[in-house]
Ligand binder design. Sequence first.
Ligand SMILES: NC(=O)c1ccc[n+]([C@@H]2O[C@H](COP(=O)([O-])OP(=O)(O)OC[C@H]3O[C@@H](n4cnc5c(N)ncnc54)[C@H](OP(=O)(O)O)[C@@H]3O)[C@@H](O)[C@H]2O)c1
Length: 286
Amino acid sequence: MTSDVNVRAAFRFTERCQRRVGTVLITGTTSGIGRALLEHYVESGTRVISVNRRRIAELECRYPSVRFECVDVRCAEDVDKLVRDLAASGQLPELFILNAGINRVDNDESFQLPVYREVIETNLYGVLNFVQPLTELPAVHVRRHVVAIGSMASYAGNPYGLGYSTSKKALSACFEVWAKMYAGTDLVFQQVMLGPVRTAMYTMADKFPAWMVWTRNLFSASLEAAVRAVSRFALTRKSRLVYPLRAFPLYLAMWLGQALVPGFFQGRKTLDGRARRAGGSPRPAR
Ligand SMILES: NC(=O)c1ccc[n+]([C@@H]2O[C@H](COP(=O)([O-])OP(=O)(O)OC[C@H]3O[C@@H](n4cnc5c(N)ncnc54)[C@H](OP(=O)(O)O)[C@@H]3O)[C@@H](O)[C@H]2O)c1
């Protein structure tokens, strides 16, 4: 029995080693999860192509083996050119980790369309811009994994950051379709439903009560654990990773609260606690 388990574990280990990634492209490596992924892959001897919207000398000096591309993921033409140039030179990676993302307050005192648009263009189109050229390129014998870094906010979002939750929801819907549509082909679409991870990403923590921030921190994963989970997942053909699983009940409770409890985290008050549209009173119906 024990030897059976050992053999299976050894087989899985060998399989993982054999499936080591040759080249990975990661978007948004200047900080947080993207930077930690870059460090992880460099240490494991994988070739890394890093896509950032700005150049950071410190980062580029520290990782001379990394190919740094300065591209804003919102620019469809630039992303398209990058993917096609990589394909033309035979350097198209086997793994794309589309991680770049932002979170903004876009729906507090009033709905702010330009801010909402910026979030959608980064979190949703910043991923979709890679998918178009990848699906247009001819099929090959190499398995190519496209991993989108989504969020558990797709299940229950913060109403004040409407662009964030709706971009991640749309991203998730797209990847669900592509995972099935391209099943068994050279393109493997995968999504990570990420819960809270300790990074510097803007979370509006200063605007919420301490107990909310404390609960979020309690369910947060460390950066190292998140990177381990994402990189292992990217070696599989699984279409979805929910990580950290322990945070899932938190989002489920939030979803239930928003659905069943009037006023529960529905943004009825502004972030600084004022009643919405105070001063106006609807005319009685005639
Ligand atoms: N941290 C969490 O709790 C959490 C939870 C769920 C999901 N996620 C997701 O995980 C991903 C990474 O988040 P993080 O926490 O590591 O945040 P982060 O530290 O703020 O990193 C975001 C990265 O995206 C880059 N970026 C933003 N806009 C870009 C653009 N237009 N073009 C290219 N790069 C751009 C940023 O570059 P600049 O330095 O130039 O801004 C930065 O490198 C995001 O997609 C986020 O939604 C995070």
